[in-house]
Design a protein around this ligand. Structure first.
Ligand SMILES: [Zn+2]
Length: 390
């Protein structure tokens, strides 16, 4: 050991005693010592306030089958410049603080912190078991501004992100299926998603009996209906204003809100508005009635409700609502699947909060891959610790 007080460092030099046999790093068979690699350093946990560095010349053994290999070191994974305890510490901190903060506190460079995170994710993904995944949610997330997207596959049962890919194309989702075993693929009972054809096509190509399994997200449907209402409102507002009628002024968000969350005066005012003869009020009633579909338990009455609603919408003479109704009719086979599976594609609130946090602390991310790794790290439900610490 060497104590360098001025530099604030402790250097520990490791050597081994006489040992004729060494296990092959590949198969574990006892082999003869071949030689030693040149000495190299590993950053270890600090000793008191001193940065602590281990030094060693790793032995290499010669296996009849695998040739000359560096033996497994008890303090570090292969190719790491940190001891497993040090990496474990960085990983534990990374779960709670931004990459920038951890790098600063532990005296690590960007490359080092990214390397630790990337290895942790690789390790975690490799350790994943092939559990059943009955309910999946395919979700898109905007990555920074400028409409760059990521595709996320959520395991709705275990509340974790299974897969992240760039863009929201068919190929983005296509990459997910090969990560599953045949059994896992057969265990899929339903996949929730937005009404987005590239995703539909990918599921169709990779999952059996897709038609019964795709469930269009009810919040995505609600969004389309709300947009329809808003288009009706904008048009009507313009016409009314031209006649000096400002009833619709400042009401945009009232039509999007749940009236149950309104209070007192506001609630009474809105009630008057939505019971009026306004077109916007009719569009709003159409939206609310359409969403009542999702409260049905049985398919037959639900079908009847939709059929009746669809005819009402088509007779409404409200063009935006007619357009939404036509779309919902076209998509209906994968809307009614909701009643059986009752799933939406959104990650749970706790998972979403984590993703938001990853986005929020993403300022230091140099590229999308680092952002993707961070999602796996925080939301993948992975076992991340380096092996030798166990
Ligand atoms: Zn071997």
């Amino acid at each position: 050991m060497e104590l360098q007080l001025k530099q604030g460092e402790v250097h520990v030099y490791l050597a081994h005693g006489d040992k004729p046999e060494w296990p092959c790093a590949e198969c574990g068979a006892s082999c003869a010592l071949y030689d030693h690699q040149p000495e190299r350093p590993w950053r270890h946990l600090d000793t008191c306030q001193y940065r602590t560095i281990l030094h060693a010349s790793p032995p290499r053994s010669e296996c009849a089958q695998h040739g000359v290999r560096v033996v497994k070191l008890p303090w570090a994974e292969a190719n790491s410049r940190f001891t497993a305890l040090m990496e474990g510490l960085a990983i534990a901190w990374l779960k709670h603080a931004s990459q920038k903060a951890v790098a600063e506190q532990l005296g690590l460079s960007w490359d080092e912190i990214h390397g630790i995170l990337e290895r942790a994710v690789e390790r975690g993904l490799a350790r994943r078991k092939a559990e059943k995944i009955p309910y999946l949610g395919v979700d898109e997330k905007a990555f920074r501004k400028g409409h760059k997207y990521l595709t996320l596959v959520n395991d709705l049962t275990r509340n974790r992100v299974l897969y992240v890919a760039e863009d929201r194309e068919q190929r983005s989702l296509d990459g997910f299926w090969p990560t599953l075993t045949e059994e896992q693929r057969d265990s899929i009972e339903a996949v929730a998603m937005d009404m987005w054809d590239p995703y539909v096509d990918s599921v169709r190509e990779h999952v059996r009996e897709t038609d019964k399994k795709i469930v269009f997200d009810k919040f995505h449907i609600a969004k389309h209906l709300a947009e329809g209402v808003d288009r009706v409102r904008r048009r009507e507002h313009k016409a009314l204003k031209a006649e000096g009628d400002d009833r619709l002024t400042g009401t945009k968000y009232d039509w999007l809100r749940n009236p149950a969350t309104m209070e007192g005066e506001q609630r009474r005012e809105f009630a008057q508005l939505r019971q009026s003869e306004l077109k916007t009020a009719r569009a709003w009633a159409l939206k609310e009635t359409a969403m009542a579909f999702f409260n049905y338990v049985y398919e037959r009455p639900a079908r009847k409700h939709f059929h009746w609603w669809y005819n009402w919408a088509m007779r409404s003479r409200l063009q935006p609502m007619k357009e939404v109704a036509a779309m919902l009719k076209r998509r209906f086979d994968n809307i009614i699947t909701y009643l059986r599976h009752q799933i939406t594609n959104a990650a749970s609130e706790s998972l979403n909060a984590k993703i938001q946090w990853v986005k929020y602390t993403a300022r230091g991310y140099r590229n999308k891959q680092n952002f993707i790794n961070a999602i796996y790290f925080h939301c993948g439900g992975l076992d991340l610790a380096p092996a030798p610490t166990k």
